[in-house]
Structures are given as structure tokens and as C-alpha cells.
Design a protein around this ligand. Structure first.
Ligand SMILES: Nc1ncnc2c1ncn2[C@@H]1O[C@H](COP(=O)(O)OP(=O)(O)OP(=O)(O)O)[C@@H](O)[C@H]1O
Length: 607
């Protein structure tokens, strides 16, 4: 029962794969189907013509022996027409096969692109939480690595199975005239090999799935060992031998498993394949005996032997297709599992709050990362009005960045709520919300694109507007060094592409700050350590500009430098996810608590 279910399971995703291929290109799909049909039927026609050739040769030989007449075009034509016809049929098979392979390679390219786009589009709808979940990440990697070639593989194999089934059917029609038993012998001989293939493909997939964390580690090590942004440190710390040996160890473990599976698969395949060979030669002997005793003509013998031989190879090709389909199905299940991953629906539709101008409020907000034992934020309440600035200070890991991630709706609170203009963030239309926020994260992205595009990324509607780039760069203090670059705003950044210019850490940070300024419409500006890599003069200039421009914007600033923090209207001191002190700089100093002692500690350092 299990085996039968397994057998029919091979068609589980064929329909979906076929519809995917159909959507990719109708013309090519139809072309494939036609070529498959032609390539399926013609071999039997060729075998039948073979019989006609041999029998007509025998007749012609008998005629010449009896009449002793010389060979003329008239006496040869009855044979030659079959020879010509067979040549035509063989040419037809070759044409159909070329057609198949040409259309397959075109479809492969189109389909690979389509599936990759589907995977990436889906990635855009997923939440940050999903990306941070390693199991999910495995699924994504598996889908990306394997699945883009699998749908076409499945369709090709489904077609090739059809083609071979058509061939087999037409051979069957010829063979059954000899004896139905011969057909049965052929089929029964091949079945054990098929079942063993199906079993081993399943094992191979389980192996692939189970080891995907190891494969991912290998890919990661490759990246660390061979990418410009990590190689510097790897070299200086002499990490290559250590990382390489880890890379090798993973390979050896994986290779050992592969080897065991391959050996088992191939030895069983050989033993069970012998049954097929046995069946073939049994039938061969039978046909020979029947011919010798005069039950079959020489032409029939030639045809049956050919039919047996081709029938057997069609059968084994079908079996290979089936076991390959089984494997493709398993991989495709992985792709669809990924594509069907539920996404949290973004239901909010508000484009305006219930109390415009109320600003941001956190009401008893707590948050825990998935699977974390302790909350990253506990019972946070705060209020920032338009025109006000808020600074967050606290030791590493105290929850400052997490608070920003909640505010920007990358995560939602586990308890409590966050309001913007009197309405819960969850009720806001996400696009409207994000348009109102300009943000620079500590770990901002260094896009390997043009300088201008690195700025334009901050506001996609002005992605290519050079005037806006310049204005943003001026405010982010990036204009000076950009103007000195060989291609100005069109200079390629980073080292990945030809002509790319690398920037210093502080210059990159100026780019990131300018990017945040691109979003002119934003009235919430979030700066997470925006000047940590800048020199003192640049930092002072950034904050001077900042105070001048802030007007009715809400500003949230994270910094470990008290010289910048002190200018904020309101300061929150965080520890272990809680607010332990708050107030203005002067009030906090007067209170002589944690803030005051940290401030004094830093001031000491400057003496
Ligand atoms: N993506 C994440 N998944 C799970 N835990 C996280 C994640 N990001 C941060 N944490 C944990 O949450 C806590 C708060 O981290 P957060 O990044 O908010 O600190 P921070 O105050 O911004 O620190 P820093 O000053 O070092 O930037 C830390 O204990 C950290 O280990």
C-alpha cells in the first residue's frame, strides 16, 4: 500500500510544476509536448519499418533466386521505399530530440528566473522574526539553492515519462502480437529496480534536508574566507587554517554519508537491474527458438529483438524518470512549503491618527524576542511630542535598539501598545507609517551601488533625483568627499564591482546619515549611534544642523556619548530593558543617580 502511495506520490507536484511552466511560456510548453509525442511514437514506427525491410529483403532475395533476373530499380523499390521511410523516421526522431533539448534549455532559463523572483518577492513579505529564525532560514536557503531548477526537471521528467510510456505502449502493441507473456516478463523484470530507486531517492532527500544547517555553515565559511569585508581580519588573526579545517571537516562528514548512500544505491541498482537483463535474454532466447522452428519470419525476429531492446531502455528510462520525479517532488515540497509560509497580514489602513499632533506614546510596552528567556523590554512608557527630542542611554544590551525596532514596527509589542497620533501602530497603514520615519541604524547597509543611489535608497520615489541627493549629502556632511570622487555622485561604491571606490568607516556613516535625510517628509527621525565613527568636528556639525532643522519633528537618538545626549529635551536611562531614570540632562545630574555617575565617568576620561 505504502509503495503504491509512493508511486502515485510522484505525480503530486507535477500539476503545479506544469502550471508554473505553462505560465512561464505557453509556446515552449506546447512545443515540448509536441516533440515529446513525436519522439515517443517514432521509435516504434522505426522498429515496424525494420521488420518490413527485412521481410521484403527476404522476399526480394527469394524472387531473384527463383527468376535469376538482374536487380533493377523496379525489383529494388519495394525494399528501398522502406529504407527511405526509415531514414525519414530516424531524421524525425533526431529533429524531435533537438527540439526537446532546445526548448528545455530556453525554459530552464526562463523558469529559473521566474522561481527566483517568486522566492525573492516572498522574502519581501516576510517579517524580521522569520528571517531571524534559523529553521526558517534553512528553508529559504534550501529553496534558493535547489528549487529553481526542480520545476523544469519535474516537467521534463513527466514529459519524458509520457514519451517513454507512449513508446512502451506502441512497442506493447507490436509485442502483444508475439505473446502477452513477453510483455509481462519485460515489466516484472524492471519493477524491483524501480522500487529500490524510489526508496533511495527518498533517503537522499532526507539527507539533504537533515544536513542543511551544515551546508549553510559551509557556505558561511566560504563567505568569511573569500570576501573582502572579512578577509582583512581573517588574515591578521591567522584564522584561515582553523576555518579551512572546519570547512574540510564538514565536507568529510557529509561526504561519508554521501558515499554510503551512493554505494548502497548503486549496488542494489546493479543487483536488481540484473533481473531486467535476465528477463531480456530469456525473451531473446524465446524469440530465437520461435524463429528457428519457423513460427516467426526473420523480419519479425529482427523487429521483436529491437522492440525488446528499445522497450527495455524505454522502461529503464521511465524508471529513472519516476525516481527522479520522486526526488523533484520532495524538493518542490520544500519550495512550496517556503512559498506558502504564512505572513502576518498587515491589516492596518489608517493614514491619519485619531489625535493628529499627539506624537509617539509607549504604554506599558514589553517585548521578548522569540525563544528568549528574559524580556528585552519591560513596561516601557514614554511620550514624545512633535518638536521634541528624546535620547536613550544605557549599557550594551539594555534594549535601546529593540525599542527602535518596535517603534518602526519591525516587531510588535508582546504587551502594552504603541500609539502614533493617538492610534495604535498596528492600525496604521504600514507604508504611510514608514514614510513618516527616517532612520539610521547602527548596522546600516553599505550598498554596492552608486553613491547617489546609496543616498536615494532613503526615499524610493526620489531614488534617481540628483538634486535631492545633493541636498541630503550636504546635510549629512557627505557632499565634500563625494565632490572629490572621480565620478561624483555617479561613482560606484564598494569593491565588488569594477571601478568601485571604498570609503572609510566615517564616510560610510555620513552616507547613511544623508540617506536618512533623503526622507524629507519624515517627521520622526531615529538615529541609532549616527556619529559613532565620525570625527569630533563632523559630530559637532551634525548635531548643530540637527538642532537647527528639527522644528516640529520628533527625534529619537541613541548614543553612548554624553556630549550629544545632553542636548536632548528628554533623556531615558535604560537598564535590562527597563527605564531606570528619566528627565532632562540638568535634572538627571541633580538627581545624582546612574546618569550622573556615567556622565562624570566619561567627563573624567576627557580630563
Ligand atoms: N534579533 C534578536 N534576537 C534575539 N535577541 C536579541 C536580538 N537583538 C537583540 N537581542 C537581545 O535583546 C537585548 C537588547 O538588545 P538591544 O540591541 O536592544 O540592546 P542595545 O541597548 O541597543 O545595545 P547596544 O548599546 O549594544 O547597541 C540584548 O540582550 C540582546 O541580546
Amino acid at each position: 500500500m505504502n509503495i503504491i502511495r509512493r508511486f502515485f506520490g510522484v505525480f503530486r507536484y507535477s500539476g503545479r510544476a506544469l502550471s508554473l511552466v505553462w505560465q512561464t511560456s505557453r509556446a515552449l510548453t506546447i512545443g515540448l509536448a509536441i516533440c515529446t509525442l513525436v519522439a515517443g511514437v517514432l521509435p516504434a514506427v522505426a522498429a515496424w519499418l525494420g521488420q518490413l525491410i527485412v521481410d521484403s529483403v527476404v522476399d526480394a532475395m527469394a524472387y531473384h533466386r527463383e527468376t535469376d533476373a538482374p536487380a533493377t530499380w523496379q525489383t529494388l523499390w519495394p525494399v528501398m521505399r522502406y529504407v527511405l521511410a526509415e531514414a525519414g523516421v530516424i531524421a524525425g526522431i533526431a529533429l524531435a530530440q533537438r527540439g526537446l533539448s532546445a526548448q528545455q534549455s530556453l525554459l530552464r532559463a526562463l523558469l529559473g528566473q521566474k522561481v527566483n523572483v517568486m522566492i525573492l518577492e516572498k522574502a519581501g513579505t516576510l517579517s524580521l522574526t522569520q528571517f531571524e529564525d534559523s529553521e526558517f532560514y534553512d528553508k529559504l536557503t534550501r529553496a534558493r539553492r535547489e528549487a529553481s531548477t526542480r520545476p523544469l526537471g519535474l516537467v521534463n521528467k513527466t514529459f519524458s515519462l509520457l514519451q517513454n510510456a507512449i513508446s512502451l505502449l506502441s512497442f506493447g502493441v507490436l509485442l502483444i502480437q508475439f505473446s502477452p507473456w513477453a510483455l509481462l516478463v519485460l515489466l516484472v523484470g524492471a519493477l524491483p529496480a524501480f522500487f529500490s530507486e524510489a526508496k533511495f531517492s527518498g533517503d537522499a532527500f532526507q539527507l539533504f534536508r537533515r544536513r542543511s544547517p551544515h551546508t549553510r555553515m559551509q557556505m558561511y565559511l566560504e563567505t568569511v574566507l573569500a570576501r573582502e569585508d572579512s578577509i582583512k581580519e581573517v588574515k591578521l588573526f591567522g584564522l584561515e587554517p582553523l576555518l579551512l579545517s572546519r570547512y574540510r571537516d564538514i565536507f568529510h562528514t557529509l561526504y561519508g554519508e554521501d558515499r554510503r548512500l551512493t554505494l548502497r544505491r548503486e549496488s542494489w541498482g546493479f543487483v536488481l537491474g540484473l533481473l531486467g537483463t535476465l528477463a531480456f535474454y530469456g525473451a531473446y532466447a524465446w524469440v530465437v527458438v520461435e524463429t528457428v522452428v519457423g513460427q516467426l519470419t526473420l523480419g519479425q525476429m529482427t523487429m521483436y529483438l529491437l522492440v525488446f531492446k528499445q522497450g527495455q531502455s524505454a522502461l529503464s528510462a521511465s524508471l529513472t524518470s519516476i525516481s527522479g520525479m520522486y526526488e523533484d517532488n520532495l524538493y518542490l515540497s520544500n519550495l512550496y512549503e517556503y512559498l506558502e509560509q504564512p505572513v502576518a497580514s498587515e491589516q492596518g489602513s489608517l493614514t491619519q491618527g485619531a489625535h493628529p499632533g499627539d506624537g509617539i506614546r509607549f504604554e506599558n510596552v514589553s517585548f521578548s524576542y522569540p525563544d528568549a528567556e528574559t524580556p528585552a523590554l519591560s513596561d516601557i512608557s514614554l511620550h514624545v511630542r512633535p518638536g521634541e527630542s528624546l535620547a536613550l542611554v544605557g549599557q550594551n544590551g539594555s534594549g535601546k535598539t529593540t525599542l527602535i525596532k518596535l517603534l518602526t514596527r519591525l516587531y510588535s509589542p508582546s504587551e502594552g501598545r504603541i500609539l502614533l497620533d493617538g492610534s495604535d501602530l498596528r492600525d496604521w497603514d504600514v507604508a504611510t507609517l514608514r514614510r513618516r520615519i527616517g532612520v539610521i541604524f547602527q548596522d546600516f547597509v553599505r550598498y554596492q551601488l552608486k553613491v547617489g543611489e546609496n543616498l536615494g535608497a532613503g526615499d524610493v520615489v526620489a531614488f534617481n533625483e540628483e538634486a535631492r541627493w545633493q541636498e541630503a549629502a550636504r546635510r549629512g556632511l557627505a557632499d565634500e568627499f563625494i565632490n572629490e570622487m572621480p565620478g561624483g555622485y555617479h561613482t560606484q561604491l564598494g569593491r565588488w564591482f569594477k571601478g568601485g571606490q571604498e570609503l572609510s568607516g566615517g564616510q560610510w556613516q555620513k552616507i547613511a546619515l544623508s540617506r536618512a535625510y533623503m526622507r524629507e517628509s519624515a517627521d520622526i527621525v531615529v538615529l541609532d549611534e549616527p556619529t559613532a565613527a565620525m570625527d569630533a568636528a563632523a559630530e559637532a556639525a551634525v548635531y548643530a544642523d540637527f538642532r537647527e532643522h528639527r522644528r516640529d519633528k520628533m527625534t529619537i537618538l541613541i548614543s553612548h556619548r554624553f556630549s550629544t545626549v545632553r542636548a536632548a529635551d528628554h533623556i531615558l536611562v535604560m537598564q535590562n530593558g527597563r527605564i531606570i531614570e528619566q528627565g532632562s540632562h540638568d535634572a538627571l545630574l541633580a538627581a545624582d543617580g546612574r546618569y550622573a555617575s556615567l556622565f562624570r565617568l566619561q567627563a573624567e576620561g576627557y580630563r
